[in-house]
Each structure stands twice: as structure tokens, then as C-alpha cells.
Write a protein that binds this ligand. Structure first.
Ligand SMILES: [Zn+2]
Length: 440
């Protein structure tokens, strides 16, 4: 079986040749746990979950590591704002992240290391970079010396000037060159901190991933993944750190990056107020529906996420579950589903071909590689057909409510909304138009 993967490093689709076919090593950058994860965060989790499932179907053993960032200034700020200990914030949002991922049928990685539990290895890694002459100490900081590493920029294909203008490079007195980045920094007052050869402090963000890979997977891995926004500076910096701590390593052979997500054609941002948490979305849509929606676009293309995509995904799942007659232990996977996945994870084509499968045994096995059809047919339809009112009646009640509102009869309008709510129908008024959907 030939798996092809688009490698950001070569900017080409390449044949996947593992370092050791008996043990595939994959690392993906994980969440920073200080808030609810939003729907954009679900995309890499699902994309790499499908890669994980696909690799496991081909190779005897796959080791998948995804870290948890529990040391970060955003976490410190959240703790200060809420007047809560840092650990109670990070524990709470780690649990919520796990619940969200379970609801989306994302398999847990084999190892999920936390930064706070691996400080010793981070310090060791920084010391190696210093000893090899690629970093320097200044004003209680340790900085990576970007000018000392010739390959800097090889992943993002940027030259040094472009890197300085493209990123928000902080100019600081302790830096020899503005592009140098922090490996270790001092901690004061309430900041979390640990003793180190360079004083009491905490690691910069980039070093944790290099250290986690080194500790749990070794000097060289097959696949490193993450969102496209991580290519520069995060992944560029990871390469620099790992290749300068461990000489003669390529660090990661294949770099895979997923594209971003747009909300109804708009960029998701705080200022537009269109950031939706996974939790909120799960109140209204089944996890499998959200999962299918996020796989409906190829992972290297932006997704236009929204209600119509979710409704479309729900219809596809209804159709797939209808085609499912009985459970089985048969292990055939349809070639029409597997072949597109082997071609740089073409999930849209795989999903389209999935709908053509008539044999339910093959359908179930082929769907499972995409993390779909996790319930029995009965369970699915009892979960998703909980309406006690016909679509026709809903539409006529919405019309009556519109008329009541036009004539300022808000009492009647509210009564209708309540009546529909009792029947598990939720109304939404957007730009003068009322739409409805079923409560989960
Ligand atoms: Zn990372």
C-alpha cells in the first residue's frame, strides 16, 4: 500500500517511507489549556486522528504523541483574572478538552505529556543547545541564536528579512538579534517557575515540543503535524532547537499542516464575535455531524464552516446509517474509500465514495477508518429523530409567529416559540429571517 503525503518541507506530494516500518512515530502540537477549545481547534485534532487511524490500518505499531501546554502567559493571565490557582484552570480545561475530543470521536494519543511534568528534560535540552554553541545567556534569559543556524527558514521558505517583517518579532535588550527567540525566561512574583542553571524561571513556548519529541519519541520522527499557522515561527524554531541539540538529525521527515477554518465566509476572530466553542456546537449538533463537516473539505484547503455545512453533513450521516443493516467483525475496507485516503488524505472523495457502498459490513469498516458510524443504526436514529412535530407544522407556526411579531403581538410570538421549544424545535432569528433546527 502506497501512502502519499504532501510534505511542507519539500512542497511536494511524496511517497511515505517510514524511518522504521515496525514503529511509526507521529507528533502533533496540542492545546494550550486556559479556555474552551473553539471549532478551529477541532480541525487539526480530527485531521491527525484520521492520519493516525489510517497509519494504524497499514503499520503494526504507531506511536502518537500530542502535548498539553500548561505553562503559558495566557494561562497566567486567566488565573489572575479569575483569582484561581493555575493548576485548577489547567486541570479544568484539560478535562473539558478530553470530553470535547471524545464527543468528536477523536482517539486519544498514546502519550499526552504536560509541560509542567517535563521541565527537567526541557532544561536538559536547553543545556545541550547552549553547549553546542547555538544559544546564549543574557539578563537571566536564554536565547536561541538564529544567526548561528544556517538552515533557519528551511520549512517556511523565508529569508531572514522576511522572517523579521512577517512575525511579531519582539525587540528586547537581552537579544543580540531581533529574530532570536526565548528558550528560558525569568519568573517573578506569582509566575510559575522552576530552578535552573540560569536562575528561577520557566521555558519559552517553542522548546517544549522539541523536548517532548526528544523524550518520548527520540531524536528523529516520521510525521510532525499542526495547523498552518504554526509553520512560522513555531515549527521553524522546533527544527532549529532539535537539530542544534542533537547533531546529525533531520528531526521530522514529513511535515503536515492543515488549513484554517472560516465561519460562513468570514475569518474567525474575537473582534467579529464569531468564535464558537466546540462545547456550544455540541449542544446543538451531534459529534459525528461536526466531525463529518470538518472532514468534508480536503485538509489543505480552508473550510467554510456554518449551518448549511452541518445540515448537509447530518443528511449524509442519515443516509449512511440507513445503509447500515447490521454490525459485523468483517475487516474489509472498501478500496474506493482507502485509495483516496492514501492519496494525501482525500477525505471528501472518501466520504463521497462511502455513500455508494451497498454492503453494510464493508460500509461499517470503511466508515470506521474515518471515525464515522460509531453507533448502531437504532441508536443514531433515536438520537437524531426526537421531533414530536411535523416539519409542515413547524413552518406554519413560524409563519404565524412572523405575522404576530409584525403586528407587535409579542405575547403570541413568545407562546409559539415556547410551544416549538417543548417539541424540541429551536428558533433562530438572523437578519430578519427565522430558521429552525432540532435540539439534540
Ligand atoms: Zn509544537
Amino acid at each position: 500500500m502506497n501512502l502519499k503525503i504532501y510534505n511542507t518541507l519539500s512542497k511536494e506530494k511524496e511517497l511515505f517511507i517510514p524511518l522504521d516500518k515496525n514503529l511509526i512515530k507521529m507528533y502533533v502540537c496540542g492545546p494550550t489549556v486556559y479556555n474552551y477549545a473553539h471549532i478551529g481547534n477541532a480541525r487539526p485534532a480530527i485531521v491527525f486522528d484520521v492520519f493516525f487511524r489510517l497509519l494504524k490500518s497499514i503499520y503494526p505499531k504507531v506511536l502518537y504523541v500530542r502535548n498539553i501546554t500548561d505553562v503559558d502567559d495566557k494561562i497566567n493571565n486567566a488565573a489572575k483574572e479569575l483569582n484561581e490557582p493555575i493548576s485548577s484552570i489547567t486541570n479544568k480545561y484539560t478535562d473539558i478538552y478530553h470530553q470535547d475530543m471524545d464527543s468528536l470521536f477523536v482517539l486519544r494519543p498514546d502519550i499526552e505529556p504536560k509541560v509542567t511534568e517535563n521541565i527537567e528534560h526541557i532544561i536538559l535540552m536547553i543545556q545541550k543547545i547552549l553547549d553546542n554553541g547555538y544559544a546564549y545567556e543574557n539578563e537571566k534569559h536564554v536565547l536561541f541564536d538564529v544567526t548561528s543556524f544556517n538552515d533557519y527558514g528551511k520549512l517556511s521558505k523565508r529569508n531572514k528579512e522576511e522572517m523579521l517583517s512577517g512575525a511579531r518579532v519582539e525587540v528586547a535588550s537581552y537579544k543580540k538579534y531581533p529574530g532570536d527567540f526565548v528558550l528560558w525566561k525569568p519568573s517573578e512574583n506569582d509566575d510559575p517557575g522552576w530552578d535552573s542553571p540560569w536562575g528561577y524561571g520557566r521555558p519559552g513556548w517553542h522548546i517544549e515540543c522539541s523536548a517532548m519529541v526528544d523524550k518520548f519519541l527520540g531524536q528523529e520522527i516520521d510525521i510532525h503535524g499542526g495547523g498552518q499557522d504554526l509553520i512560522f515561527p513555531h515549527h521553524e524554531n522546533e527544527i532549529a532547537q532539535s537539530c542544534c541539540a542533537n547533531k546529525n538529525t533531520k528531526y521530522a521527515k514529513y511535515w503536515i499542516h492543515n488549513a484554517y477554518l472560516k465561519m460562513e465566509g468570514e475569518k474567525m476572530s474575537k473582534s467579529l464575535g464569531n468564535i464558537i466553542s466546540i462545547k456550544e456546537l455540541l449542544d446543538n449538533y451531534d459529534g459525528e455531524v461536526i466531525r463529518l463537516a470538518l472532514m468534508s473539505t480536503h485538509y489543505r484547503k480552508p473550510i467554510n464552516f456554518g449551518e448549511s455545512l452541518l445540515e448537509q453533513s447530518k443528511n449524509i450521516l442519515n443516509k449512511l446509517y440507513k445503509n447500515l443493516e447490521y454490525d459485523s467483525n468483517d475487516d474489509t475496507i472498501s478500496k474506493d474509500v482507502l485509495s483516496p485516503l492514501l492519496d494525501d488524505l482525500n477525505t471528501p472523495l472518501a466520504i463521497s465514495n462511502l455513500q455508494k457502498i451497498k454492503c453494510s459490513k464493508t460500509l461499517l469498516n470503511s466508515a470506521n477508518i474515518l471515525g464515522l458510524l460509531n453507533r448502531s443504526k437504532d441508536e443514531w436514529f433515536s438520537l437524531n429523530e426526537n421531533l414530536s412535530i411535523s416539519e409542515e407544522d413547524i413552518k406554519s407556526l413560524i409563519k404565524e409567529r412572523d405575522e404576530a411579531r409584525k403586528s407587535s403581538d409579542f405575547k403570541r410570538a413568545d407562546e409559539i416559540r415556547e410551544k416549538l421549544d417543548k417539541n424540541n424545535v429551536v428558533l433562530e432569528d438572523v437578519k430578519g429571517k427565522t430558521t429552525w433546527r432540532a435540539k439534540k
